[in-house]
Every structure is written in C-alpha cells, then in structure tokens.
Design a protein around this ligand. Structure first.
Ligand SMILES: O=P(O)(O)O[C@@H]1C[C@H](O)[C@@H](CO)O1
Ligand SMILES: Nc1nc2[nH]cnc2c(=O)[nH]1
Length: 309
C-alpha cells in the first residue's frame, strides 16, 4: 500500500471506530493485545463496546483458534476506570498476513491516542528454570526475522514524523515492568508466578525442532513465540511505552541426547532390544489449555497494572 492509501485507510478505520464509541471511550489511554486464548480480559471491562475486525476498513481478520477478531473498548480497573482498547486476537505472518497488516492495529491504536501498550502472548519455555504456567515479563528480544529482512519498519515511513532509525535498547519500559511486579505483589501471587526473560520471535507456524530450540537457548532466549515483536517495534516507533507478558504454555522439546537409530539397529542385530524413549510433541491444543487455566491470573495482572499506570 502506498503512503496516501495507508493514510486514507487509517482515516476510514478511525471514522468507523469513532462512530460506534460513546464520549467516555473516544480517547483510550492504554492498548492491550491479547495472545492465544487470553481474550477473557474483556470480561473485566465496563461500558464495553465490541467492534468486529470485519467492520473496520483496513483491518484483517485472524484465522487462528483462540483469537476472536474483535476490538473491545471499555473502562478497566478501580474507581472510574481507565479507558482502554483491546485486540481480542491478533494477526500473525504465518497466517499469510503481510507485516504492514500485522502492525496496522498498533498504528491505529496510537492514532486513537493510547500512550501505553500491553502485549500478551503464549510462548514456549527454553529455560528449565521457567516452568509452564509462569508469566514472563519480557526484558528484551531476539528477532532473527528482523535481522534478516522481515522487519516491520522496512520500506517507506508511514508518516514523516516517525524516526528512520529506531533504537531498541530501551524497547521494554522499565516503569511498566516495575508495575507488573508490584501488581503481582498486590495480588499476592507467589514469587515464582512472574519471571523475567528474553523473547525470541520466529515466524512459525512450525514449532521448533530440538536443534532449533537448543540454538535459541544458546543465543540467549528464555521463551519463544510467533508474534509480538513486530507489534513491539511498531509501538516503539509510534512512541508508545511497551510491556510484554508471555504466558509459558509448554516447554520447547530439547532432549539431552538424540535417540540413536544406529545403536538400536546394532543392538537388535546383536539380539538385545532397546525400548525407544517416548517422543514429546507440542500442540496448539496444549497451548490453549494452559491459556485457559491461567487466563484469570493474566486478566487480574493486566487489570491491576492498568489501574496503577
Ligand atoms: O498469538 P500468540 O503469540 O499468543 O500465539 C502463540 C504463537 C502461535 O500463534 C500459537 C502457537 O500455539 O500460540
Ligand atoms: N515458536 C513457538 N511458539 C509457541 N507458542 C506457544 N508455544 C510455542 C512454542 O513452543 N514455540
């Protein structure tokens, strides 16, 4: 899409959205992107207005189970509540969406006036000390696609006011990360409920081979997932404060050693039968099931952070 048609598209999207919102929700302060199976957060909204993605010009729709394709506006948190906008479902490159489409909603939320962006996702753990069920407050990322030509900021700038070269050494807001740990304390979550770590972005839709998992761990990633980084990069370009909460839904399968078919065959030929180890595999059903189990903790945490922003 050229610069002019992107601008027209944003104007059309904004007009369609604003026409459906009451005065109290016209200026959301916080944007939230809900990861796989984590859209239950909307249950805590008051004065909720839901707009289907298909009714917003310029928007795509999500094709992934656990993503609802709806934009939710409402008031969240104690007292009068903070006006927020939440994406109940996101777009991933592996669905066939282009990077500009994946990050379109982030740019739109920035144009709606949000200052802070809270992103959640489901991720696999590469770190033995970060078990399934932990929420990881992301402190940094490793994005091989960004480094190798799949960067959401490649190409013409969508506005002359945006920086051409964006520093990312401060991508994950320390102030918001502090609020996450303070919120966990306020909610009396056990210490181990929240960890800190580095997120690796891969395109998906395949889960990692054992060698890929080992590689990502070796280069410093704690969790891995198929989303989020394009949203973070674009959010930073738009001048937003960004925080990412990754729910660990599974361990990435990294066996200590490989099953040796060579040894099995040689043993069999020598009259000794070796019982092969069970092969573990990850599934999206498992990801959604842990998401369902932990959705409430994520909901309370995000609500508490929003109340204290
Ligand atoms: O949208 P998120 O990042 O939460 O979803 C994760 C990554 C894949 O889309 C999916 C794999 O199970 O879950
Ligand atoms: N790439 C990747 N994405 C995930 N999303 C949830 N679990 C995983 C995982 O193990 N690997």
């Amino acid at each position: 899409m050229g610069k002019e048609s992107i601008a027209t598209s944003f104007a059309d999207s904004l007009a369609a959205i604003r026409s459906k919102l009451p005065e109290t929700l016209q200026n959301p302060q916080v944007g939230i992107i809900c990861g796989s199976g984590l859209s239950g957060l909307v249950g805590s909204f008051r004065e909720t207005v839901i707009i289907k993605y298909e009714d917003i010009p310029g928007f795509s729709t999500s094709t992934v189970l656990g993503h609802r394709s709806e934009l939710a506006f409402g008031l969240l948190g104690d007292g009068l509540g903070v006006p927020v906008v939440a994406m109940l479902g996101r777009f991933h490159c592996y669905e066939g969406h282009s990077l500009p489409s994946v990050v379109y909603p982030v740019r739109l939320m920035a144009k709606l006036g949000i200052k802070d962006l809270i992103i959640t996702n489901a991720a696999g753990s590469l770190n033995p000390s970060i078990p399934v069920g932990t929420i990881v407050v992301i402190q940094d990322h490793l994005a091989l696609p960004n480094l190798t030509g799949m960067n959401p900021l490649l190409g013409l700038k969508t506005s002359p006011n945006l920086p051409r070269f964006l520093p990312l050494s401060d991508a994950y807001s320390p102030a918001l990360r502090r609020l996450a740990f303070l919120a966990a304390h306020k909610l009396q979550l056990p210490d181990e409920a929240l960890a800190e770590g580095t997120y690796a972005w891969v395109s998906g839709p395949t889960y990692e081979t054992p060698a890929e998992g080992r590689f990502l761990r070796t280069i410093g990633a704690d969790v891995v997932g198929m989303s989020t980084v394009p949203e973070v990069v674009t959010g930073r370009e738009e001048g937003l404060n960004v925080m990412v909460l990754s729910l660990v839904t599974n361990f990435v399968v990294i066996p200590e050693s490989y099953r040796s078919i060579r040894e099995e065959v040689h043993s069999e030929l020598a009259g000794k039968k070796i019982t092969p180890p069970e092969v573990q595999v990850v599934s999206h059903e498992e990801v959604l099931s842990i998401g369902k189990e932990k959705a409430d903790v994520m909901r309370r945490l995000v609500e508490c952070v929003v109340s204290t922003i």
